[in-house]
Design a binder for this molecule. Sequence first.
Ligand code: 9D3
Length: 249
Amino acid sequence: MDYQILTIFPEIFDSFLSHGIIRRAVADEIITVSITNIRDFAKGRHQETDDRPYGGGAGMVMKPEPLTDAIQAAKSRQPSAKKILLSPQGRPFQQQTARGLARENGLIFICGRYEGVDERVCQAYVDEEISIGDYILTGGEPAVMVIIDAVTRLLPGALGCEDSAEKDSFSDSRLEHGHYTRPPVFEGKPVPEVLLSGNHAVIEAWRFEEALLRTLVRRPDLLGNRTISKAERETLKRWCRLIEQLVAE
Ligand code: 9D3
């Protein structure tokens, strides 16, 4: 996968690219990352990348010319790459989005700053607008790191172990069970006894129920958005009966 990033703050990505799985993916040539400073395409003595908005108002807008020159340079390096603008107005990024992007050959990320990008650039030079959620950032750079992180771990070989990046089709719609390691008692709290039993069938059953209960309590929206498996339905029914008994007068 070839990533190209267009930004006015290229240094933001230094640390991100130098650690953990992303660093290894670069070293193993599973990904290439090229970062372009949009300012390098700005003309004039001050090399400005922004300008005042038509119609007035606070804030600045990213000028079309340096941005479109940078996009065209990126596109000519890799004509098949998908051009993605990071913007609060974009389609919300989800695991499903990451899966789709992981199948592309290359991605060009365009980081907005200031109040935004001139609308004519969005319309003519961008394939897709993506937001990472309903909160306000100061620019698209953190969003690019989120997306590269989520997409890269889905690429074959990136995690470096046989453990698959997506264990099953519910991987994005179910929370995991709690995790425990030594010591067996920490600050007076013991590890759930079942995990010390060595009985894998019982441990798997406990993890399954714990994961389902967590999802029900913390993220019921996740359960509502998909088909419930047979095992989940049976467990939920059992809990229903239990609750019915408890509230019976
Ligand atoms: C709320 C009015 N404006 C800010 C005073 C609009 C605005 C413009 C630019 C809000 C944020 C930004 C910068 N944000 C991004 O470039 C961005 C973003 C985000 O803010 N939230 C979630 N995902 C993304 S992706 C890019």
